[in-house]
Write a protein that binds this ligand. Structure first.
Ligand SMILES: Cc1cc2nc3c(=O)[nH]c(=O)nc-3n(C[C@H](O)[C@H](O)[C@H](O)COP(=O)(O)OP(=O)(O)OC[C@H]3O[C@@H](n4cnc5c(N)ncnc54)[C@H](O)[C@@H]3O)c2cc1C
Length: 393
């Protein structure tokens, strides 16, 4: 008999969210990571939960992302009740400032298909914008007239502190009995008679197999490195992002200190994500740099300058950290969720991969769909667009 019902490779936000639900359903779950849980992309992220701002066109991702965002209220309430850790889910919404009416019209045109799908997009005048966010620059960007022309407001694009979220998910997994196997690298999937029966950990010469009824690959940007006899490499590649954190002095309202910024602010150059603890997370670059995670001074400086142009008070903010992370990207920009197809001839091997720029947002729905699918043999709604066999040779 297998030691576990499910073995999950990768204890990032995707692996931990799935392990938590499967263990909550009474299953024996092993969660394997070569490092500590949540130390890769799930640590590096900004935590924006932005189905609208992130969607350029209508793809199946938009409805998946919208569903996932709507799961956050309950997820966070459950995590707080279970673990006492509050991941600071914030529903203040996202502002997209614009300089000119032409820029506004272009943005509205870009978002029109979403509005037709029911997404809420509100227009704010320049004075409404400054009454919401007084710290934004009165002269940004260098349009024909000084100042912002206003902003679009996306009330349903939220944010969470992804590092606190990871702490809460890991704690919940432990409370639910998930077996963490940490500091162990999975070298391959072990296949017998057309079934994935376990994973090999450790060096090839002395590897050990952890057996399970089904194996789920949730190893983020490294997924393509994990294969096995007859198991194809899923084409996930790393896309590097530089980030930094600033600590700003609080702003003022009515003579009272208050957070410098309240909303997530996004422009084409930069985004600012204010945290409850006074940090402002500033991001991000998109770089094809392989698995190199070196932090370079130049991109960090460019982000910091862009942040200061948007919000001049940040010029006096202390830079408290800079880091990089690797987004797990796929050739078509969609995640890879589900089992290998029957015709691949390998049973019991599943993927939860390729969440690219939106893994924090998509973790709750990915976990919910896969748990339903693994326990009932079918997904709760069609997932054809996300199946791994779209990459079959
Ligand atoms: C700079 C940046 C900003 C981002 N901002 C946002 C955002 O605002 N909102 C949002 O929704 N998303 C954002 N993302 C994307 C999001 O972070 C990712 O999509 C998400 O974290 C992916 O989660 P994951 O669990 O698949 O991968 P990861 O968190 O990378 O976890 C994968 C795990 O697998 C482990 N692993 C890999 N190979 C092996 C092996 N062979 N054996 C054992 N363990 C292995 C790794 O150690 C790692 O812990 C951002 C990403 C970056 C880099």
């Amino acid at each position: 008999m297998e030691k576990f019902d499910y073995t999950i490779i990768g204890a990032g936000v995707i692996g931990c969210s799935l392990a938590r639900l499967l263990a909550g359903a009474g299953k024996r779950v092993a969660l394997i990571d070569r490092a500590a849980p949540g130390t890769e992309a799930s640590h590096a992220a900004a935590g924006m939960l932005a189905p609208s701002a992130e969607a350029d066109e209508l793809t199946p991702l938009f409805s998946l992302a919208t569903r996932s965002r709507s799961l956050y209220t309950n997820l966070v309430a459950e995590l707080i009740a279970e673990t006492g850790i509050d991941p600071h889910y914030r529903t203040d919404g996202t502002l997209l400032p614009f300089a000119t009416s032409a820029a506004r019209d272009h943005m509205l045109h870009t978002l029109s298909w979403q509005m037709a799908q029911g997404a809420r997009v509100e227009q704010l005048s320049s004075s409404q914008l400054s009454s919401r966010e007084a710290a934004l620059s009165p002269t940004f960007p260098q349009g024909p007239s000084p100042g912002f022309g206003g902003a679009l407001y996306l009330p349903d694009d939220h944010q969470v502190d992804n590092r606190l979220l990871m702490q809460a998910l890991v704690s919940s997994c432990r409370l639910r009995g998930v077996d963490f196997v940490l500091g162990q690298s999975v070298s391959s999937i072990v296949v017998r008679k057309g079934r994935a029966i376990g994973v090999a950990i450790g060096p090839e010469s002395s590897s050990e197999t952890i057996t399970a009824g089904a194996i789920i690959n949730a190893s983020g940007a490294w997924a393509a490195q994990i294969t096995g006899d007859g198991i194809p490499a899923i084409p996930v590649r790393p896309v590097k992002g530089h980030m930094l954190a600033l600590r700003a002095a609080p702003g003022q309202r009515g003579g009272q200190p208050r957070e410098l910024l309240r909303h997530v602010i996004r422009t084409e150059e930069v985004y600012l994500v204010p945290r409850h603890d006074g940090r402002i997370i500033v991001g991000s670059t998109m770089e094809e740099a392989g698995f190199d995670k070196t932090v370079h001074a130049a991109p960090v400086a460019r982000l910091q300058e862009a942040a200061q142009r948007l919000c001049p008070a940040l010029a006096s903010a202390e830079k408290i950290d800079a880091w990089t992370g690797l987004r797990p990207a796929t050739p078509d920009g969609l995640p890879v969720i589900g089992p290998l197809p029957q015709r691949a001839g390998i049973a019991n091997y599943w993927t939860a991969l390729g969440h690219f720029r939106n893994g924090i947002l998509l973790a709750p729905i990915t976990a919910e769909v896969l748990t339903h699918w693994l326990l009932n043999g079918q997904p709760p709604f069609p997932m054809d667009a996300f199946l791994p066999d779209r990459f079959a040779p």
